[in-house]
Ligand binder design. Structure first.
Ligand SMILES: Cc1cc2nc3c(=O)[nH]c(=O)nc-3n(C[C@H](O)[C@H](O)[C@H](O)COP(=O)(O)O)c2cc1C
Length: 277
């Protein structure tokens, strides 16, 4: 079979999902590429993907699920059986049901799923004191992503007739997770929840540092920050994605969650990307 175009669809507040998607697309070697960034598209019309277009979709994992705002924004996608590659990106803890969840949504919208992958991206809560998968995707991840893209291209060129689908996404190899750190993490999370100490609902702003440049408001995918009133974050809208924290040129924004330290301590062992096709 032939494909005429690749459509990269991504939701990526801190940029790791988009980076991985771009490397996969590069690996396919297809020169005609259309990027649909759902991070910045709040509301838009229905989008029909053409039959000869390959869709690569990359989204982050939030609490073991596909980020809910990404799911919302995917509602506009439609296809009449065009091939799609599904990728979830997680912060070195776990992706749980996210990949099968993404599969269900994309199938329901008419896509034919031909491959899938799980990649690791620097955790949104990672910082200099508590690094979590810092710097991921790194060169090795991106080389792996390009190689995955090239394998997808081979699968496509070898296809005759109907697109072959992935048989069972639940069978994708899971990364090795050492047991003791996992149990310690779960114990600490339970203690934290029972302690009743309040968890931050939004990033905090150092008003001395904030220059009101409006960068955070432009980056926020949820519209939780108002231009001109950057020191206030709407807690009902904030999805804690940390786009504003990582993108603030004055380092005026901090999301100081106790989960950051726990994730850094108990999920320090590197997990590798996995693919199924
Ligand atoms: C609210 C929230 C929840 C998250 N939950 C998980 C999780 O359950 N497991 C995990 O490994 N990483 C989790 N992460 C980390 C992100 O999946 C990871 O940093 C991802 O690379 C972010 O993608 P982006 O750079 O495209 O925004 C979470 C991040 C946020 C902001």
């Amino acid at each position: 079979m032939n494909i005429s175009e690749v459509c990269l669809i991504t939701f990526s507040p801190t940029g790791t999902s988009r980076k991985i998607g771009e490397a996969i697309v590069e690996g396919t070697g297809v020169s005609s590429v259309n990027v649909v960034d759902l991070t910045t598209v709040a509301a838009a019309d229905r989008m029909e993907v053409a039959p000869q277009t390959l869709t690569v979709i990359t989204v982050p994992v939030y609490a073991g699920h596909v980020a809910p705002l990404a799911i919302d924004r995917m509602q506009r996608l439609r296809s009449a059986g065009s091939p799609a590659v599904l990728v979830v990106v997680y912060g070195n803890r776990a992706y749980e049901k996210a990949l099968v969840e993404l599969e269900a949504v994309m199938k329901a919208h008419g896509f034919r799923i031909i491959a899938g992958a799980t990649f690791v991206g620097e955790h949104s809560y990672s910082n200099a004191d508590f690094p979590i998968a810092a710097g991921r995707p790194d060169e090795a991840d991106l080389a792996f992503a390009r190689d995955f893209g090239s394998k997808i291209r081979t699968k496509i060129s070898e296809t005759k007739g109907q697109w072959p689908t992935v048989v069972d996404f639940a069978r994708i190899a899971r990364p090795h997770q050492p047991l003791m750190p996992l149990l310690r993490f779960v114990y600490k999370v339970i203690m934290l929840r029972y302690s009743g100490s309040p968890l931050p609902l939004t990033p905090e702003v150092d008003v001395e540092r904030c220059s009101h440049c409006g960068h955070c408001a432009a980056l926020c995918p949820a519209g939780a920050i108002e231009r001109g009133n950057e020191s206030r974050t709407d807690r009902d809208k904030c999805i804690k994605c940390c786009a504003c924290v990582k993108g603030c040129p004055s380092r005026a924004r901090v999301y100081d969650t106790p989960f950051g330290a726990l994730l850094s301590k108990y999920f320090s062992k590197r997990k590798e990307p996995r693919v199924i096709l």
